[in-house]
Ligand binder design. Structure first.
Ligand SMILES: O=C(O)CCC(=O)C(=O)O
Ligand SMILES: [Fe+2]
Length: 269
């Protein structure tokens, strides 16, 4: 066991620094034996337009990557259609309505999804939604054939009606995605108003509140048509949030994911 693996109570940043030092020492001691771990195929490497993808986080040691790009295939008509057609579920925080959501999954899947204490049932991807999603993600060259499918098999939609709606610090590390143990891929698409998307390193939990490690927070504006990816072990090591803002305009966000461990009771388990 290496020092880094033993050091369960270090912050992710400290762990990353130790791992880097360990890797350097190993390279120097055994230059012939050192091989890089097999790299993940990042979405930017599959994309038809890799130059239009901006690296936001490239953290090799924590196996965490985040990229952003502007996607022309996302329209305001899509925004209006989603706002009207989706049967939104209200998500309530301790005191107020925080946002509205919808949980779509691929045909045959029955995995529910939980927002804090609220659980919602799976709704099969409607064809009209799949059509727009394929257009949005077209440049990523994902394969939507059942065998070896790389196209996301579920999506969480969020409707933030104005700046008071938000989602607090969290990571998408539910057991369905196995994001604490293996590489995952989340693709988020924004429609409508621009909001601030903040990310930061997971700090050791103090009580029930999740907060990023001091000094690690970064802010990115996600506006209409912006696509943002979180890949590798990002959900294990980083938190994200949409903080409250001042806008009176609505924003819709679709976060596409891949369920790899279907829930008990789901026919796809
Ligand atoms: O609205 C966003 O950009 C983020 C949404 C999010 O974090 C989630 O749905 O888990
Ligand atoms: Fe999230």
């Amino acid at each position: 066991m290496t020092i880094a693996e033993k050091a369960g109570d270090l912050t992710p940043r400290e762990l990353s620094d130790i791992k880097e030092a360990e890797a350097k020492a190993k390279r120097e001691a055994h230059p012939e034996a050192t091989r890089e771990e097999k790299p993940l195929q990042l979405l930017v490497e599959r994309a038809s337009n890799p130059k239009s993808w901006i690296p936001c986080i490239e953290d090799k040691h924590l196996r965490s990557w985040m990229y952003m790009s502007q996607e022309k295939g996302v329209s305001y008509a899509d925004f209006e259609q989603l706002k009207e057609k989706v049967e939104w579920t209200e998500i309530h925080g301790a005191a107020a309505l925080t946002r509205k959501t919808m949980w779509f999954v691929k045909k045959g899947c029955r995995c529910p999804y939980s927002y804090g204490k609220q659980q919602v049932s799976a709704v099969t991807f409607p064809d009209w939604f799949l059509d727009m999603a394929k257009r949005w993600l077209n440049s990523l060259n994902l394969n939507d054939q059942d065998k070896d499918s790389t196209f996301p098999n579920c999506v969480n939609l969020n409707l933030y009606e104005h700046g008071d709606h938000q989602v607090a610090w969290h990571s998408d590390d539910e057991p369905l995605f196995r994001g604490k143990f293996q590489d995952t891929r989340i693709i988020s698409v924004t429609l409508g108003a621009m909001r601030k998307f903040q990310v930061g390193l997971k700090a050791p939990r103090r009580g029930g509140i999740l907060k990023p490690e001091k000094g690690s927070m970064a802010t990115f504006n996600l506006g209409h048509g912006q696509v943002c990816t979180m890949e590798g072990l990002f959900q294990k090591h980083y938190l994200h949030q949409i903080a409250k803002g001042t806008t009176r305009q609505a924003r819709i966000n679709a976060t596409f994911r891949n369920i790899v461990e279907h829930a008990a009771g789901c026919p796809l388990r």
